[in-house]
Design a protein around this ligand. Sequence first.
Ligand SMILES: O=c1[nH]c(=O)c2[nH]c(=O)[nH]c2[nH]1
Length: 296
Amino acid sequence: MGDYELSDLQHGKAECRLVRVDRSGEHHVLHDLNVTTQLRGDFATAYTEGDNSHVHATDTQKNSVFALAREHGVTSPEAFLLVLADHWAAQPWVTGTWFAAEQFAWERLPANGHSFVRSGQETRTAWVQTYGDDRFVLAGLKDLVVLKSTGSEFHGFPRDRFTTLAETDDRILATSVTATWRYGSGQARPPEGVDYDAMHAAVRTALLDAFARTHSLALQQTIHAMATAALDVSPEIAEIRIACPNKHHFLVDLTPFDLDNPGEIFFAADRPYGLISATVSRAGGAGEPRAWSGIG
Ligand SMILES: O=c1[nH]c(=O)c2[nH]c(=O)[nH]c2[nH]1
């Protein structure tokens, strides 16, 4: 047998679907989460020898999601993941943890205080990672689909023998935003007292506003404008990553039908699509690659 090294081991329960009904007020409040747990630590002998004496069963981890939700409630996904992190980081053989949550939005129906309709196309996301006593909190959203029907140009790109794309000074710009930002200010700890719900709402608004207001010369420029608008929301946001597919809309040639097409009829292609991303951080701020480890 060769000489091999084992690394990057982690285990946990993926996609625990947790719904919590808060009945404390006059109207019920729903939190609908998809929670993933992962533990890192001294678990090598489970892999090399099948010795499970250090393995916190993924079933136990799943149970902790539901029981800790009952004990601590769920205010925001970030706060709930911090509860899980504090619990698991303190267990034997655990040197690090990684928790992720997707949150689906529900809106109360007017008829009464306990009927809901799923609202919002996008999903709110959150991650907490621990390395010993260090804590990192990331928040974000995905599948935020936006479109502007003018105010977008694309020209000045290099032309070579493979280039066929026409330059345009008026096109549809459409994308599905994935944005992830890190709360922090230098120390490997999230800032104290962050209102994660309010902050999330403010960043979402800033992203949408920047998308709408930026007269775009490239999706790249729009991404940069959205990222800087998000950082402008609060000094508690240290860095943000944005990834956007360019959902191409091609003007259809209607001349075979003796029709003009003054920017009215488009073919919405679903693939291939451009895929454009960037991270924007505060100048001089320490990047924290550990906070992003494992996050796509
Ligand atoms: O905004 C754009 N950025 C690109 O990099 C690109 N490439 C492309 O073909 N169309 C576009 N549009």
